[in-house]
Design a protein around this ligand. Structure first.
Ligand code: FES
Ligand SMILES: [Fe+2]
Length: 407
């Protein structure tokens, strides 16, 4: 069984060194989560969503920082290109240049002209057609692909894997009706991942969101974390869900609201199913299957921009062919999902992640098993340059919690 137990002993390993959570050089930071902490600017050897394709198509030139690279995305000659946004002559941004030669970018300062596909310098306009510098300089290029209305960029040193390896296959089906929302926000991408997969914050932070107002969020639950059948995701399932409970010394929580089911006066427990499942996969992608008859799925990507910012891409997706049903989905998205779910509910997450310093939980508590499962995924399974990728065994327990020892 490829599972990892989170127990009291493990807590001692994952907590910060005595002296504070921010001990940047503590053995813990160098030890168990070494790769995780080193990836503060993002993992390499992955395809990342960098922009909506329609944005680059419209603007022709679009600059976006990804994993600390300033990348210039270009739509020219009916094709997408990506190059580093820096002319090798005097380092001015190539985005200030022109696309007057199809398939090329001409720097706006002295007219060095680069082939967009290869990055090679093919002319230096202000030095004449026989300029000897031609062929002796280049700009870095990045592979780009358009899928599902999104522009994907490969950030890595090794040979790119097919882009389809880094996009859930269900998003590429012809009947996927996708509504995207892309924002650059404050915070580190790793903590956005932790927050997305975090079990406990929903019980507290999101209790005030209109999205959950009529649903009655549980007080607490036990959790099971498994790997998916396709070996791409880790899944978090709610097991025993305690809708409310008695807390010694302070009383019952949460208080029942009159429009929710009448409180019987006893703690109420229900048992979760796989119907509502939250999953996360590398490099930074979350999936939330909406429960019941909602018939749509929410996806998040937390593309690293740099240590302090990330690109937050949210996709609301439903799979349908019937034009009336497509219209109904369109109406639902624009009439309430966009505002109540994306801006209000997810806005609470963005606010917290933006306020979170570089940290590990100072004192772990049991629901943090989900956070450590995400860290384990990055630490042990993320791709590395020029190394075979360790594959995730499908359909197994991934991380278990020894509830008697964890504290
Ligand atoms: S800075 Fe680009 S050509 Fe001189
Ligand atoms: Fe959240």
């Amino acid at each position: 069984m490829d599972s990892d137990s989170v127990s009291g002993n493990t807590v001692a390993q994952i907590g910060p060194a005595a002296g504070g959570a921010g001990a940047a050089d503590s053995p813990q930071r160098q030890g168990r989560w070494r790769r995780y902490h080193a990836a503060v600017n993002g993992l390499t050897e992955y395809w990342y969503p960098a922009s909506l394709a329609k944005t680059v198509r419209r603007k022709k030139k679009h600059v976006q920082r990804i994993a600390s690279h300033d990348i210039l995305f270009i739509f020219d000659n009916d094709k997408f290109f990506a190059v580093i946004n820096e002319c090798p002559h005097r380092l001015v941004p190539l985005s200030l240049g022109s696309l007057e030669f199809p398939g090329h970018i001409a720097c706006g300062y002295h007219g060095w002209v680069f082939d967009l596909a290869s990055g090679n310098l093919v002319a230096a306009l202000s030095d004449g057609p026989d300029s000897p510098v031609v062929g002796k300089a280049c700009v870095r290029t990045f592979p780009v692909e358009e899928r599902a209305g999104v522009l994907w960029v490969w950030v890595g040193e090794g040979k790119p894997v097919p882009v389809e390896h880094d996009i859930p296959e269900e998003l590429l089906r012809p009947n996927a009706v996708i509504f995207p929302l892309l924002r650059q926000v404050k915070g580190n991408w790793r903590y956005a991942g932790e927050n997305g997969f975090d079990e406990a914050h929903v019980k507290v932070l999101h209790r005030t969101a209109l999205w959950t107002f009529f649903r009655g969020i549980a007080a607490w639950n036990t959790t099971r974390i498994t790997t998916s059948d396709d070996g791409k995701w880790i899944n978090r399932f709610q097991e025993a869900v305690h809708l409310d409970d008695d807390y010694p010394g302070i009383g019952r929580w949460p208080k029942a609201k009159f429009w929710q089911r009448a409180n019987s006066g006893k703690p109420r427990t229900v048992y979760g199913s796989s119907d509502h499942c939250v999953s996360i996969r590398l490099p930074c992608m979350l999936r939330v299957k909406q429960p019941g008859t909602a018939d749509w799925t929410h996806y998040d990507w937390y593309t690293p921009v740099d240590a302090d910012n990330y690109l937050y891409l949210a996709l609301a997706v439903s799979w349908r062919r019937n034009p009336l049903k497509i219209f109904a989905w369109w109406f639902r998205f624009w009439s309430y999902i966009l505002v109540i779910h994306h801006y209000w509910f997810n806005g609470q997450d963005l606010h917290i992640v933006g306020a979170m310093p570089e940290s590990s939980p100072v004192r772990m508590f049991r629901p943090d098993v989900s956070i450590f499962a995400w860290r384990k995924l990055v630490e042990e399974y993320a791709r590395e340059p020029n190394r075979p990728q360790k594959t995730l065994p499908p359909n197994r327990d991934f991380m278990t919690l020894d509830r008697d020892k964890a504290a």
